[in-house]
Design a protein around this ligand. Structure first.
Ligand SMILES: [Zn+2]
Length: 235
């Protein structure tokens, strides 16, 4: 068992101030993915448009805020009502998503969404496969963000064409050649390769994958996740 302290930073665009919080996470799971690389990312883009390019191409992780005086506690998790959840599943089904990993038995991710990662629920699925296994776009869509973070490592945020959903890929070894923000990718296109970047154990390559429901603001880091197993296995 390994204990880590992860520091997550969040940026509130509306009020233009920086919030700062500490999350204590404990790595317990077999594959060693710690608490919420995704939730850390969802709330962590401390950046201005000017720094985005640098952040995605350099090896720096989440930037430090200029001031940490405005420390605040973590905001409560957003949730969906039952009606919203039902509508989301129905819309996702209509997208005819494919698996991000070819030939993967989806039964292996059954229940992974509900597992605990530290103090948080996983809210994602881990596809445990060999390093450099190709990862595919689950739908046609737009590369909303290529983000490098401490927890998630090399990550991709893919929007579906309606920009109602975001598909998140983490712990990648590398991106596919030519992948860039704003690019439209086709369903099934190889967008990256499985690795152990971020806080994945070096001996446990896997794809951490989540499906998020965006709100009107369409912030790539701010979505409510639904169960990937339920979505991907619902044909
Ligand atoms: Zn995971």
């Amino acid at each position: 068992m390994v204990s880590t302290i992860s520091i997550a930073l969040s940026f509130n665009e509306k009020h233009l101030h920086i919030k700062f919080f500490l999350a204590l996470s404990i790595l317990l799971c077999a594959d060693g993915v710690s608490a919420s690389p995704d939730s850390t990312l969802r709330s962590s883009p401390v950046q201005s448009p000017k720094t985005q390019h640098l952040q995605t191409t350099n090896s720096s992780s989440v930037q430090s805020p200029q001031s940490t005086k405005q420390a605040k506690k973590k905001e409560p998790e957003k949730t969906l009502s039952e009606a919203e959840k039902k509508a989301a599943y129905s819309a996702l089904k209509a997208l005819h998503l494919r698996s991000p990993i070819d030939g993967f038995d989806l039964n292996r991710i059954k229940g992974a969404y509900y597992e605990k990662r530290g103090q948080d629920q996983h809210n994602a699925a881990d596809f445990v496969v060999e390093r450099n296994t190709p990862v595919h776009a689950v739908t046609k869509g737009k590369i909303a963000k290529l983000f490098l973070s401490k927890a998630g490592g090399i990550t991709i945020y893919l929007f579906d064409p309606s920009e109602r959903f975001v598909f998140y890929y983490a712990h990648l070894e590398k991106y596919a050649d030519g992948l860039e923000e704003g690019k439209t990718v086709q369903r099934g296109e190889i967008i990256g390769y499985v690795g152990t970047s971020g806080n994945a154990p070096p001996d446990s390559p896997h794809l951490h994958f989540s499906i998020g429901v965006l709100d009107q603001s369409k912030k790539w880091w701010d979505a409510v996740e639904v169960d990937p197993y339920e979505v991907l296995s619902d044909k």
